[in-house]
Design a protein around this ligand. Structure first.
Ligand SMILES: Cc1cc2nc3c(=O)[nH]c(=O)nc-3n(C[C@H](O)[C@H](O)[C@H](O)COP(=O)(O)O)c2cc1C
Length: 436
C-alpha cells in the first residue's frame, strides 16, 4: 500500500442526500421533512454556498420491507431523482446535479434522453451514477419482472452505456444510432444536442471486482463505500488506479469520492460527546430493533433495544424476508456470534452492539482537525474528495460550509470560487472525445 504525494491536490465535496435512511436523525427538532421541496432547496443552496461540486441523489425503485411490512422510514417515500434535480436546477447556478439511475430496469434511449435533458437545461451540470441494483424483488415492479444475475447485469450496464454515449455523441447531428448487442437492438435518432459539458458525467457505485472493472472502463467518478479508514481507502484507490492503467487510461482519469459523514465540534473536549449524541440519535430503539430483526430474520419489534441480545438463533431464511436489506447474503450465524462475543466482552446492550458495529462515523473533530484529515486523504491519494451525508437535514451542512470549508481554504486545499460552470469542470475532468 503506497500513499501518493500530491501536494497541490484539492478536496472535492459533494452532498449525498439519502432521503430514506437512518443516517439522518429524523427525531431531532431541527430535522425537516424528507420530501418537502424546502428541504432540498435549503440543502442544495447551502452546498452551493460552500462551493460543493455536486448534489447527489441515490435511487430505490421499491420501498424496503421487513416481514411483509414496509420499513417505517420508507413510508414517506422519495421523489424521483431526475424530477427532483430538474426542479433544483432552476434555483441553482453552479452546483452539479447527480442522479443515481439503474441500468437493469431502465431503457437506454429513454434514460439517455432524460439525463441529457437535465444536462442541457442545467447548462452542463448533470451527472449519472450508474448502478445495477442488487435485488430480484425490485424486478417485480417491472413489466418483464425477473432479474439478471450479477455478471449479466454488468454486461447490460456496459451495453446500456454504449447506447447512451452513441446517442449523446450524435446529439445535434442528423445521424441516427443503430446498435445491436447481446442486450439491445436499437435504431434511434439522437434526441437532444450536446450540452456545454458534452454529456452527463458518469459516476459509478458498485464494489465487486466486476463493478470496479466496469468503473475503470466507463466511469469519470466513483462513489465508493471506502470513506472511514485511510488505509482501506488507499487500498481501494490503488486498486482502481491499477485497473485504469490496465485499460490504457491514465491512473488519475477517475475521481474517487467516498461516501462519508462528518461530525464537527468547536472544542476538542466536546468531540466524543457529539459523536455519541449523533450515534444515539441515528440508532433509535425502533431502528435498532429493525436492524437486529434483519440480522436475526425474526420480528424483534417487541424487544427492549436497551436490553440483552436475543437468545434465539437467527433464521437464515428469515433474512430473505427483509427486502432491500443491506444484510441480504451475509453469514447471519457468524454475524450473531460476532455480536454476542462483543456484547459479552464489553457488557453491551443490543443497541450498543448495533451502534458499535453499524455506525460508520467517517470523520470527527474540530473543524481544524477534520480539515487536516481531509487534506491528508486527498494529498496522500486515498481519495479525491468526499460525498458527505449530513446527519441533520436540512441544516446539517451549515457547520461544514461555515467552519470546515474556510479551514480547507486556509490550507490551500479547497477552491475560493467555482472555476467553471459545468460539473465536468468542477471535478477537473477532461472532455470526452467523440467515440467515448
Ligand atoms: C456506495 C454505493 C452506493 C450505491 N447506491 C445505490 C443506489 O442508490 N441505488 C441502487 O439501486 N443501488 C445502489 N448501489 C448498489 C449497486 O447498484 C450494485 O447493485 C451493488 O453494489 C452490487 O454490485 P457490486 O457487486 O459490484 O457491488 C450502491 C452501491 C454502492 C457501493
Amino acid at each position: 500500500m503506497t500513499a501518493l504525494f500530491r501536494p497541490d491536490a484539492t478536496v472535492h465535496l459533494g452532498v449525498f442526500y439519502q432521503g430514506v435512511n437512518h443516517t439522518t436523525i429524523w427525531s431531532d427538532p431541527a430535522s425537516g421533512s424528507q420530501i418537502d421541496f424546502e428541504t432540498f432547496r435549503r440543502l442544495i443552496t447551502t452546498a452551493e454556498r460552500g462551493l460543493f461540486d455536486a448534489f447527489f441523489l441515490g435511487e430505490g425503485l421499491r420501498l424496503r420491507e421487513q416481514g411483509g411490512k414496509i420499513l417505517d422510514l420508507d413510508i414517506a417515500g422519495r421523489p424521483d431523482a431526475i424530477t427532483q434535480l430538474a426542479a433544483l436546477a432552476g434555483i441553482t447556478t453552479n452546483i452539479g446535479l447527480v442522479a443515481t439511475q439503474n441500468t437493469t430496469y431502465n431503457e437506454p434511449v429513454d434514460l439517455a434522453r432524460r439525463l441529457s435533458g437535465l444536462d442541457v437545461l442545467s447548462g452542463g451540470r448533470a451527472g449519472w451514477n450508474v448502478v445495477t441494483t442488487d435485488n430480484a424483488w425490485t424486478g417485480e415492479n417491472f413489466r418483464r419482472g425477473g432479474y439478471l444475475d450479477h455478471a449479466d447485469r454488468y454486461v447490460r450496464a456496459g451495453e446500456f452505456l454504449d447506447v447512451a454515449r452513441a446517442l449523446w455523441n450524435a446529439g445535434g447531428t442528423p445521424d441516427s444510432v443503430r446498435i445491436q448487442s447481446s442486450q439491445f437492438d436499437i435504431a434511434s435518432a439522437a434526441p437532444i444536442p450536446r450540452s456545454p459539458q458534452d454529456h452527463p458525467v458518469i459516476f459509478q457505485a458498485g464494489d465487486s471486482s466486476t463493478g470496479r472493472d466496469f468503473a475503470a472502463q466507463h466511469a469519470d467518478v466513483i462513489f465508493s463505500a471506502h470513506g472511514t479508514h485511510f488505509d482501506d481507502a488507499l487500498d481501494f484507490a490503488n486498486d482502481i488506479r491499477a485497473r485504469l492503467v490496465a485499460r490504457g487510461r491514465p491512473d488519475d482519469d477517475i475521481k474517487i469520492l467516498p461516501g462519508t459523514q462528518i461530525v464537527l465540534a468547536d472544542h476538542e473536549r466536546d468531540v466524543d460527546e457529539k459523536v455519541r449524541w449523533v450515534k444515539e440519535g441515528q440508532f433509535t430503539g425502533p431502528t435498532t430493533l429493525s436492524i437486529a430483526g434483519q440480522v436475526w430474520g425474526r420480528d424483534l419489534s417487541d424487544r427492549d433495544p436497551d436490553g440483552p441480545l436475543p437468545t434465539e438463533d437467527p433464521i437464515v431464511s428469515g433474512v430473505v424476508g427483509a427486502r432491500g436489506s443491506a444484510f441480504n447474503g451475509i453469514d447471519v450465524d457468524a454475524r450473531v456470534r460476532e455480536w454476542r462475543s462483543l456484547a459479552e466482552a464489553k457488557n453491551l446492550s443490543l443497541r450498543q452492539v448495533v451502534i458499535e458495529t453499524s455506525a460508520r462515523t467517517g470523520f470527527a473533530g474540530t473543524p481544524s482537525q477534520v480539515a487536516d484529515e481531509l487534506t491528508r486523504w486527498v494529498r496522500g491519494g486515498a481519495s479525491d474528495g468526499f460525498n458527505i451525508t449530513p446527519y441533520l437535514v436540512p441544516s446539517g451542512l451549515d457547520d461544514i460550509v461555515d467552519k470546515l470549508v474556510p479551514e480547507l481554504q486556509e490550507r490551500g486545499s479547497y477552491p475560493a470560487a467555482y472555476g467553471g460552470s459545468t460539473l465536468r469542470e468542477h471535478l477537473g475532468l477532461r472532455r470526452p472525445s467523440i467515440g467515448e
